[in-house]
Design a protein around this ligand. Structure first.
Ligand code: ISL
Ligand code: CA
Length: 565
């Protein structure tokens, strides 16, 4: 391993454990299943994996409701399985980032059970945000906040006496009570959790809801509601734009930064052995504008923050130029790498978003009412987007299955869905199950090789055999081979580490830049986001193209090429 700041240019692959690979045949992905498939990721050429939560949890929000941060849920395996996974990834030259969920615990966490059993005003209650209700008998919630998943952000408890009592805050599901981060005990506990996993050898943490830990003093009412990123909520900006943001007195408060400064110090304790700053924190923070997001990655805080402004960009050359420029400026100013991302387990897969007729396809769609996406167009654009993303300076995150070109499952029946956000909003809001369908590994096997028994916690569409990893391996032009080749060239030429120079003289619908290589072998990137063919420069060698190029020397619509400079 190089001991330097690997995360600056890393390509990091998100594993969603319940849907990656099932080792024991119960239809739910697990840690041994992942370990057995790590070769796929090494062959793909990624630098690191990030695993969504696998801690002990009642799984009310697919593991983002943690009951014990120091244990593995039996659904996924054991601590020994986690150790084996980390060791195997390291053997294969890949770093391991784990997910930390510090904003809330599960309502089945020992702390919350103790809080329920204790009296109002007790130290047990003081780890969470319990408040008396408003109204004559405390029958109204303490303020007007709504949950990101829909409905009130407060739930009333029954006191041990049997009487209706206090309320507790939950920005997400009622099974996810928010911790009180002004409590030193909370701070000490989560720092200790960091040390627990650092000692087990992890290389970093993805910090869930990093912008949410600190709430405005006094928990004031808010005129808006929690703004969902698809802009459907009353909290959407007045100009009608699509916000990549969650705003209000519950998000992006100045006090959060102090927390990450102390976490950084914890990571540095482990880096004192000479491997200076090789462990990293990445913020999941739906915060805009980018200058505001950049505050999370100052020199003594986190190293990365997901760039959701890039994820939510419209399919439009000017929009991408603007967001790329703004990202590089905001992050250069704080000395941090840009961090590109197109998909994750919370948003509609980009291969489907890009296939929606509506411009600026929403990151959270509701396919019961939306028009169905054009799958071929979506995939063509997804491949084009991947090629320009992987040539940008900085680090890139891939979400499992995008290397196979997987679309969203848009027709899941309600009775198999599990996402609480879908149910809390009476199906009016984003369902996230459609991007969480188990991966197809082998075209000819039951459950496409996801599970040895052929069972799968969500059904896979029958036509997914064409997306299966084994059906694409070694097949020229397949999405999997496109990713492999792009990652190989990126690594060979150290793209991502040396900056970008915008190129003039191309069609306004073409995103065109030079990606600077270490050894002088720069790559010219041209992405045609318009609807008509654009001209290609003559004489340049085509290194890679996201689709077959015609003989007429033109770059078709929705295609990206990498050319020799
Ligand atoms: O899903 C979103 C945008 O499409 C966000 O609103 C997201 O719910 C929010 O930013 C927090 O997400 C994270 O924490 C949630 C969990 O459900 C998500 O899976 C996780 O990524 C609560 O822990
Ligand atoms: Ca399993």
């Amino acid at each position: 391993f190089p001991t330097d700041e690997w995360w600056r240019t890393a390509v990091i692959y998100q594993i969603y454990p319940r849907s990656f690979a099932d080792g024991n045949g119960d239809g739910i992905g697990d840690l041994p299943g992942i370990t057995a498939r790590l070769d796929h990721l090494a062959a793909l050429g990624v630098d690191a994996v990030w695993l969504s939560p696998f801690y002990r949890s009642p799984q009310r929000d697919a593991g983002y409701d943690v009951a014990d941060y120091r244990d593995v849920d039996p659904l996924f395996g054991t601590l020994a399985d986690a150790d084996a996974l980390i060791a195997r990834a390291h053997e294969l030259g890949m770093r391991v980032v784990v997910d930390l969920v510090p904003n809330h615990t599960s309502s089945e966490h020992a702390w919350f059970r103790a809080a329920l059993a204790a009296a109002p005003g007790s130290p047990e209650r003081a780890r969470y945000l319990f408040r008396d209700g408003r109204g004559e008998h405390g029958e109204l919630p303490p303020n007007n906040w709504t949950s990101v998943f829909g409905g009130q952000a407060w739930t009333r408890v029954q006191e041990p006496s049997g009487q209706p009592g206090q309320w507790y805050l939950h920005l997400f599901d009622s099974s996810q009570p928010d911790l009180d981060w002004s409590n030193p005990e909370v701070r000490a506990e989560l720092e200790d959790v960091l040390r627990f996993w650092l000692r087990r050898g992890v290389d970093g943490f993805r910090v869930d809801v990093a912008h949410g830990l600190v709430k405005a003093d006094g928990l004031p009412d808010w005129a808006g509601h929690v703004a969902m990123v698809d802009g459907t909520d009353a909290g959407a900006p007045e100009d009608g734009s699509t916000p990549a943001t969650e705003s209000g007195p519950m998000f992006d408060q100045d006090g959060v930064h102090e927390i990450y400064r102390s976490w950084r110090a914890v990571l540095d304790e482990f880096d004192a052995d000479g491997e200076r700053r090789s462990r990293a924190l990445v913020a999941e923070a739906w915060v805009e504008p980018l200058t505001r997001l950049a505050r999370y990655v100052r020199d003594d805080e986190m190293q990365q923050a997901f760039n959701f402004s890039f994820l939510t960009s419209h399919w439009d050359a000017a929009a991408y130029r603007a967001v790329i420029t703004a990202s590089l400026e905001a992050l250069d100013a704080v000395g941090a790498p840009a961090t590109w991302v197109l998909s994750n387990h919370d948003v509609v897969r980009h291969a489907s978003r890009f296939g929606l007729a509506v411009p600026g396809a929403r990151p959270n769609g509701v396919f019961a009412t939306d028009p169905q996406p054009d799958e071929a167009l979506g995939l063509r654009r997804a491949r084009a987007a991947t090629l320009f993303m992987l040539a940008l300076p900085g680090s890139a995150y891939l979400y499992q299955g995008e290397e196979l070109g997987l679309p969203e499952h848009t027709t899941l029946p309600d009775d198999v869905r599990e996402d609480p956000a879908y149910f809390r909003t009476q199906h009016a809001e984003a369902g996230r199950d459609g991007c969480r369908v188990p991966l197809p590994w082998a075209a000819g096997e039951p459950a496409f090789g996801f599970s040895p028994t052929g069972s799968s916690w969500l059904p896979q569409p029958a036509q997914w055999s064409t997306y299966a990893a084994d059906a694409q391996t070694g097949v020229a032009g397949s999405t999997l081979e496109l990713y492999r080749e792009a990652l190989r060239l990126r690594r060979e030429r150290a793209l991502g580490g040396n900056g970008l120079a915008w190129l003039d003289g191309h069609d306004a619908d073409v995103v065109s830049f030079r990606s600077v290589a270490t050894d002088g072998r720069d790559v010219v990137v041209l992405a045609n986001l318009g609807s008509a063919p654009a001209s290609l420069p003559t004489g340049a060698e085509v290194l890679l193209a996201s689709a077959d190029l015609p003989d007429d020397g033109m770059l078709p619509a929705d295609v990206t090429v990498w050319l020799s400079a």
